[in-house]
Design a protein around this ligand. Structure first.
Ligand code: GUN
Length: 297
């Protein structure tokens, strides 16, 4: 039986609709729009595309977008001064500094300078700590999007075996924390894991976030498992000179065995921006001292 395809694109569209409704409610109650500031340093082509789509999505949701571009040779002091100014600006509810930064800039110091209450990426150590101990904070967008897709598909995750492949601060580690908070039995696998195939075969839930094209094979998947593929890898296409996007999971193989699987593209990818808008709107409500039900978005 072929797996059900988890339509992240449709889910993200629906989520963005609900965010827009709540953003209008926020504006009606406060007389201002919820605001998200995005900072881009340098000219990295992929980052420029991301920043443009984040700004567009922010405006489409009825929120204010503040875009700040610094030249590639901007100094650490200039960047920190900008972040401090955004921390102090009451029109800015959320701040995102697009990564990676040029190598002469220190990412950890920049992230540490963002006010934890405006850290809609959830990268600040305060927010990582809040997630670890179960306090309200901000959770990185991609893993939170993955969790939303999993809960939509499976309902309660309690007692399920979850294997997260990848241990990055941005995806793997927060994903594992989120699944643990849902009472999964969680394994974090990585490049040094022994017999990864055997580990994955035990999983009711597989989240692949390693950045290696089609590494997870169909034979590794437990029949009926739910597979979330975070990978976005550009590889050579079948025609000369053409490229195509593939995930970290061999989709053709895995979709013959899994119960449900996210495609690439159209699975996890569209969720990231939708969850960023969600985090920014949650920040706006919290920073304005307004109640927002936990399950509102
Ligand atoms: N670069 C790629 N993904 C992200 C993200 O989610 N947040 C930030 N700040 N930079 C990124």
């Amino acid at each position: 039986m072929a797996a059900d395809i988890i339509d992240g694109k449709a889910f993200a569209l629906d989520l963005r609709g609900r965010i827009a409704t709540l953003a209008a409610d926020f504006t009606a109650r406060t007389g201002r729009k919820a605001g998200l500031a995005v900072v881009l340093v340098g000219e990295d082509a992929a980052s420029q595309v991301y920043v443009r789509s984040k700004g567009k999505a922010t405006v489409e949701a009825g929120m204010a977008s503040f875009e700040h571009r610094l030249p590639v040779d901007a100094t650490q002091a200039e960047l920190l001064a900008l972040v401090e100014a955004l921390n102090a600006d009451p029109a800015v509810d959320g701040i995102l500094v697009q990564l990676p930064l040029p190598t002469h800039l220190d990412e950890q110091t920049v992230i540490a300078t963002i006010s934890p209450d405006k850290d809609v990426d959830g990268f600040h150590v305060i927010n990582a700590g809040r997630l670890a101990v179960g306090q309200p904070g901000y959770v990185p967008c991609t893993p939170l999007g993955c969790l939303m897709l999993l809960k939509d598909r499976l309902g309660s995750l309690s007692g399920l075996n979850a294997v997260v492949i990848g241990r990055s601060n941005i995806v793997g580690k927060p994903m594992a924390q989120l699944l643990l908070a849902e009472s999964c039995t969680v394994t974090i696998a990585h490049s040094r894991t022994r017999d990864l195939a055997e580990v994955v075969r035990r999983a009711d839930i597989v989240v692949a976030a390693v950045g290696r094209p089609e590494m997870v094979k169909g034979s590794w998947i437990k029949p009926g498992a739910t597979v979330i593929d975070v990978g976005i890898n550009r590889v050579a296409g079948t025609e000369p000179g053409k490229t195509r996007l593939v995930g970290d999971v061999d989709f053709a193989e895995a979709s013959a065995i899994a119960g449900a699987i996210t495609p690439v593209p159209g699975g996890v990818g569209p969720m990231t921006i939708a969850v960023l808008l969600r985090n920014a709107l949650v920040a706006a409500f919290r920073n304005a001292g307004l109640d927002l039900a936990d399950d509102a978005i």
